[in-house]
Design a protein around this ligand. Sequence first.
Ligand SMILES: [Cu+2]
Length: 452
Amino acid sequence: MMNRRQMLGAGAAGAALVSSQAWGKTANMGLPEAASMHSAATQPPLSPTTGPDYNPVVTLNGWTLPFRMNNGVKEFHLVAEPVERELADGMIAHLWGYNGQSTGPTIEAVEGDRVRIFVTNKLPEHTTVHWHGLILPSGMDGVAGLSHPGIPPGKTFVYEFDLIKSGTFMYHPHGDEMVQMAMGMMGMFIVHPKDPAFMPVDRDFLIMLNAFDIDPGSYVPRVMEMTDFNLWCWNSRIFPDIDPLVVNQGDRVRVRTGNLTMTNHPIHMHGYDFEVTCTDGGWVPESARWPEVSIDIPVGAMRAYEFDAVHPGDWAIHCHKSHHTMNAMGHDIPTFIGADKRKLTGQIRKLQPEYMPMGTAGMADMGEMSMPLPDNTVPMMAGWGPYGPLEMGGMFSVVKVREGIDANDYSDPGWYENPPGTQAYEWTGELPDFARAEDAQTRITPKPSAKG
Ligand SMILES: [Cu+2]
């Protein structure tokens, strides 16, 4: 068994994709070179190279910002800039973000660290960075005009503070924030506990809920939209191109979910019950946790939940607002369920022979049909599973729990093969033996849950 530091070799494979910087030792170093990411693929976790050990987080379809040590201070360099983000394979959005991507890279540090974060503004207007949930001096809070002047285009400001508590936090602009957040500017800030034995988990996933309103065929979000967004994202990515959450059977798993959209999202995970263990206010004491299978993430808040991944399978995880598991769609379309469109179809086909009447028996046929789409958009319901179309888009992914997944392996293991007698089937008059829950229990050895 390798320990985490020995596994740095594995982490370095991902770090190589990051255009990295010179690592120095003195306090007189210049600005740290800003790492930049050009891929929307989930990057391997960035293992700690200094200070207390911790299990690094995995940002779905995202990455973690490298740092350098300067005389005991962890130095990061964020660059606020226009970016091109692949929201899905083949769909590009022209957004504003950080270091080449939206959402921005995850910042990861440890309770007790002093951090110095250089923020360079390459946007055409001023910006700031607000460190949501962190306890810090008032002048570091990043509210333009209140904490400090906005960072003018072309300038670099320095934020520096001590991380006095661990937990899950976020960062985003607090100057022209309606526009800048609608353009995709946001990221997560993880502070690990100084004591590695406090609330340990084997897998620690990050999901930032965000949303855009991008008309089919266009590239730039409509920033004035207040509620009627058409692309519901996790880390600026939509299903079917959100990566799965790959888990080794028996792992203790944490999912940290932040919400910087304009509405709440009830995140529902199949196959498990779980307990809410952290908010952006801090860790929830064990005596105050309660079981859930859906957790509502309020606007401007973070919720983390944990479970022991004892049940193998492919388990859906999604927002339970059914409009949020659809991609680009109009909402002002009449309902045709039960309507007889035969006469109308005949008339339209005289003008347009390929016309297909849709929606008279529900909309499931949308998932199977590949209709011509405008440039730069995605089907409303997409994604194929082993048994047909998933009829999902937007805020949806799959938790894939398997035996024998290596500690640092997050690659997609493919679809789950249901053991005989454990899958719904078409009734033809025979009733074969179904597996009993007691049999299933003997296959599962639950791990004692980590105590806080
Ligand atoms: Cu939602």
